[in-house]
Design a protein around this ligand. Structure first.
Ligand SMILES: *[C@@H]1O[C@H](CO)[C@@H](O)[C@H](O)[C@H]1NC(C)=O
Ligand SMILES: *[C@@H]1O[C@H](CO)[C@@H](O)[C@H](O)[C@H]1NC(C)=O
Ligand SMILES: *[C@@H]1O[C@H](CO)[C@@H](O)[C@H](O)[C@H]1NC(C)=O
Length: 362
């Protein structure tokens, strides 16, 4: 009896240690993405084909071409796509064979996810709700008709609009989205939320609808880009992962250490031990090989060398939401809007709505 009790105690002790250790671990969701403005410095068609690149180097057709190629090379790799104005232009040019491959990536392996999936990522301050519903409907209907109900987006993804309206949150909730993520909120509000660990919350967006307007809402950390030093795009100049010790510039240990540091820094400001790293930015992945080759290596080496502290894996915002949901946490709530948007003292992005957006960028 005595020895049995001792064994039980020992097992209990081991179990407790295991639970504590796994609770301390940081889980890093790698979210490969591109942010493709549906018209900005060039026209939509110029952006699609990569025309007039002297104005801005950007060609969305190459992003979709190379991402689809790269996803097939490793079933762990994921990608999210947002702006249906570009996706539809691309889809219309594909052969039946490519369409079959893409359908499989979306509905079977689920490596490619449509997120948000309106025609564009609409502004929230100056737009009328009728126009928002129309533009969301056009994109979502395309997804439904070509990929079926299982491809329906579960996440609102407004990483670039200049402030956020409770009306938009309410529309996303009513569209059936499980969560809403964005980057641009007032700098004071963001600082407060970073120190309170309230970057994520439940937005009670509608006074009239009550709970039907509630939506889980998250503010992203590094704006919508990767942690400093980890942009592996043709548009960036960060160092690749150089992993042959016989060659000049071997840097695996240093890169793993700074990745772990970035993960710890971000996790210190969020309520759970799961965090998202947004690996991408404006018109990234024109040559998707460059991103994925380095991300594969990063995932491999961080897990191999620091896996007891930081676990990294390819993910999507919906998979991230599922992970948070399993943790059963309680979130703070938010009512009202995220307006006006100021990114610095005396830097309110409000004149943009009374002046011309074009002049703003000149
Ligand atoms: C864009 O390219 C077209 C075709 O070459 C040219 O006619 C047009 O002037 C260019 N636009 C700008 C703003 O450079
Ligand atoms: C995919 O992920 C699993 C689990 O982390 C890993 O064991 C496997 O090696 C990965 N596959 C590739 C091709 O990287
Ligand atoms: C989550 O919380 C609910 C309500 O407090 C509880 O009934 C349930 O058992 C919890 N689930 C887990 C996995 O902890």
């Amino acid at each position: 009896m005595a020895s049995l009790a001792a064994v039980c105690l020992l097992l209990l002790a081991v179990a407790t240690v295991a639970v504590t250790a796994s609770d301390d671990k940081i889980y890093v969701h790698i979210v490969p993405h591109t942010h493709d403005d549906v018209g900005w410095l060039k026209t939509v068609d110029e952006y699609f084909y990569g025309a007039n690149n002297s104005i801005q180097h950007a060609g969305v057709q190459y992003i979709l071409d190379t991402v689809v190629d790269e996803l097939q090379k490793n079933p762990n790799r994921t990608f999210i796509y947002v702006e249906m104005a570009f996706f539809v232009r691309w889809w219309n040019e594909q052969t039946d064979e490519t369409k079959q491959i893409v359908r499989k990536l979306v509905t079977e392996t689920r490596q490619l996810e449509f997120i948000n999936a309106g025609w564009c990522m609409n502004d929230e301050a100056a737009t009328d709700y009728n126009a928002i519903i129309d533009q969301m409907s056009i994109g979502l209907r395309f997804v439904e008709e070509n990929f079926g109900p299982s491809a329906r987006p579960r996440v609102g993804w407004h990483i670039d609009p200049f402030g956020h309206s409770s009306q938009m949150a309410s529309i996303h909730s009513q569209l059936g989205m499980d969560g809403f993520f964005f980057a641009r909120i007032d700098y004071d509000d963001k600082n407060q939320r970073l120190s309170d660990k309230t970057m994520e919350m439940v937005w009670q967006s509608s006074q009239s609808l009550g709970a039907a307007g509630d939506i889980f809402t998250g503010v992203l950390y590094y704006f919508y880009g990767p942690p400093p030093g980890f942009c592996f795009d043709v548009r960036c100049s960060d160092q690749p992962i150089q992993d042959d010790p016989k060659l000049f510039g071997y840097n695996v240990d240093g890169r793993v250490a700074s990745f772990v540091k970035a993960a710890q820094e971000q996790a210190a400001h969020y309520a759970s031990n799961h965090i998202m790293f947004t690996m991408g930015s404006d018109f990234n992945y024109e040559n998707a090989l460059e991103w994925y080759k380095n991300l594969d290596k990063l995932v491999h080496y961080v897990n191999k060398k620091m896996g007891d502290q930081v676990e990294v894996f390819y993910s999507t915002p919906s998979r991230y939401l599922d992970a948070l949901n399993k943790l059963n946490l309680t979130w703070t709530t938010k009512t009202d809007d995220f307006f006006p948007y100021a990114d610095n003292p005396h830097s309110f992005w409000t004149g943009i709505y009374t002046f011309s957006i074009y002049r703003f960028y000149l």
